[in-house]
Design a protein around this ligand. Structure first.
Ligand code: LMR
Length: 394
C-alpha cells in the first residue's frame, strides 16, 4: 500500500505544459508562441551583450550562503530601479526589498507573508490573468476571485472600478504594472490614478506584478504605477523580475518589495519576510543576482542594457505590425487591430480554445487555450506561416 495510491494525475500546466508538448512535436514547421519568452529575429533566445559582459567582469569567487533576503548590492539597485532614485517612500525607510526566485517567487513569498501576518484571506485577480496567479494564491491559502478587465476593444474599466468598489476592505488586488498578461491592454495614467484612489478609499491591498518592466514604453514609464502607489503613502507589495528584461529566465532573478506605513513597521515586516523565505528555500542563489547587480550599478553596462531593451521593444512592435499585415493578407476573418493595439510580449487574439487547439494540432502553432500568443517569438521567417494558420482556423 502506497501513500500515493490515490493521487490523481494533474493536468499539464497551461503555459509550461505547452512547451513540453511543443518539444515532443515532430513537426518541422512548429512555432512556440505559448510561453512568454522573447526570441530574436533568428528565433533564438538571446544572451544579452550586457549579461555576457557582466559575466566576464565578475571574478569567480567562493559561494557561501547569501543572506536570507539576498545580495545587498542587488536589492539596493533593484529598489532604485523599481521605485526611482528620488522615491520619498524609500527615503523615509518604508520600503523593504528582498531577492526572490524571479517574479513567481516574489508572488509566493508575498502571498505567504500576507497569510502569515495579516488578516487578508481573499485575492482578486483580473479576468483574465496570468494562468499561475490563481493557482499560486490558491495554494497559498487564499480565496481567489476576479475583477473585470477585458473587452476586445480594451480594458473594461467601468466594470473594473465597480468590482473593486464592491470588494471587502482588506482584499488583496493583483494588478499588472504594464504589458498585461495575457491581454496586452494596459491602464492609462489617468485610470491608474483612479485605481490608486479607489484602493485607498476601499482599504484594499494592492499587489503589483511587474514582470515586464521595459517592454511597454521604457524602464521609467513602465514603473509609473508603482511610483503612484508609493506616492499614495499606503501599504502595498510589488513583485518584479529580470527574466524577460535581462533574458535571465533560467537564473530566477526577481524581487519582492513591501511598502509599509513607517520604518518601524518596515523592520517588523522585514523580520517576518525572512521567515517566509527561510521556510520556502532558505536563501536565494548567487549568480543571477550578481549579474543583474553589476548591470544595474555599472554605468556603461546599464546604458547597454537600456539600448538592448529598446531593441527588443522595437522588434516586438515591428512584429505586431507585420502580424496585422500578414493576417489581412492571409484573409483572417475578424478584427486584426488586437495585434497593434496591445502592448508587450503577448497578444490576446480572441480565438477560442477550439481554434487554438486546431492551430496546434493542424499547423504546429502553439499558443495558450485562452487565445494568447507570444508576439515576442514572431520573426520575419515565421510570421507568414503563423498568420496563414490563424486565418485558416478563423
Ligand atoms: C508566461 O506567462 O508565459 C510567462 O510568464 C512564463 C510563465 O512562467 O508562465
Amino acid at each position: 500500500m502506497s501513500i500515493f495510491s490515490s493521487v490523481e494525475l494533474a493536468p499539464a500546466d497551461p503555459i509550461l505544459g505547452l512547451t513540453e508538448q511543443f518539444l515532443a512535436d515532430a513537426s518541422t514547421q512548429k512555432v512556440n508562441l505559448g510561453v512568454g519568452v522573447y526570441q530574436d529575429e533568428t528565433g533564438r533566445v538571446p544572451l544579452l551583450e550586457c549579461v555576457r559582459r557582466a559575466e566576464t567582469e565578475i571574478t569567480p569567487a567562493p559561494r557561501p550562503y547569501l543572506p536570507i533576503v539576498g545580495l545587498p548590492a542587488y536589492t539596493g539597485a533593484v529598489r532604485e530601479l523599481v521605485f526611482g532614485a528620488d522615491s520619498p517612500a524609500v527615503a523615509e525607510g518604508r520600503v523593504t526589498t528582498v531577492q526572490t526566485l524571479s517574479g513567481t517567487g516574489a508572488l509566493k513569498v508575498g502571498a505567504d507573508l500576507l497569510r502569515a501576518v495579516t488578516a487578508a484571506e481573499r485575492v482578486l485577480i483580473s479576468d483574465p490573468s496570468w494562468e499561475n496567479h490563481r493557482a499560486l494564491f490558491t495554494r497559498a491559502g487564499f480565496q481567489v476571485g476576479t475583477y473585470a478587465y477585458y473587452t476586445p476593444q480594451g480594458v473594461a474599466f467601468d466594470r473594473l472600478l465597480a468590482d473593486l468598489r464592491a470588494a471587502a476592505p482588506g482584499t488583496v488586488v493583483v494588478l499588472h504594472a504594464c504589458c498585461h498578461n495575457p491581454t496586452g491592454f494596459d491602464l492609462t495614467p489617468a485610470q491608474w490614478d483612479q485605481v490608486v484612489a479607489l484602493t485607498a478609499e476601499r482599504d484594499l491591498v494592492p499587489f503589483v506584478d511587474m514582470a515586464y518592466q521595459g517592454f511597454a514604453a521604457g524602464l521609467v514609464p513602465d514603473a509609473a504605477a508603482i511610483a503612484r502607489f508609493a506616492a499614495s503613502g499606503r501599504p502595498f507589495l510589488a513583485a518584479t523580475s529580470f527574466s524577460k528584461s535581462m533574458g535571465l529566465y533560467g537564473e530566477r532573478v526577481g524581487a519582492l518589495s513591501i511598502v509599509t506605513a513607517s520604518p518601524d513597521e518596515a523592520a517588523r515586516v522585514a523580520s517576518q519576510v525572512k521567515i517566509a523565505i527561510r521556510t520556502n528555500y532558505s536563501s536565494p542563489p548567487t549568480h543571477g543576482a550578481a549579474v543583474a547587480a553589476r548591470i544595474l550599478t555599472d554605468p556603461s553596462l546599464r546604458a547597454m542594457w537600456d539600448a538592448e531593451l529598446t531593441g527588443m521593444r522595437d522588434r516586438i512592435r515591428q512584429m505586431r505590425r507585420a502580424l496585422a499585415d500578414a493576417l489581412v493578407a492571409a484573409g483572417f476573418r475578424g478584427d486584426v487591430s488586437f495585434a497593434t493595439a496591445q502592448t508587450g510580449m503577448f497578444s490576446y487574439t480572441g480565438l477560442s480554445a477550439e481554434q487554438m487547439i486546431r492551430l496546434r494540432s493542424e499547423f504546429g502553432v502553439y499558443g495558450t487555450d485562452r487565445g494568447r500568443i507570444c508576439v515576442a517569438a514572431l520573426n520575419p521567417a515565421n510570421v507568414g506561416t503563423v498568420a496563414a494558420a490563424m486565418a485558416a482556423v478563423s
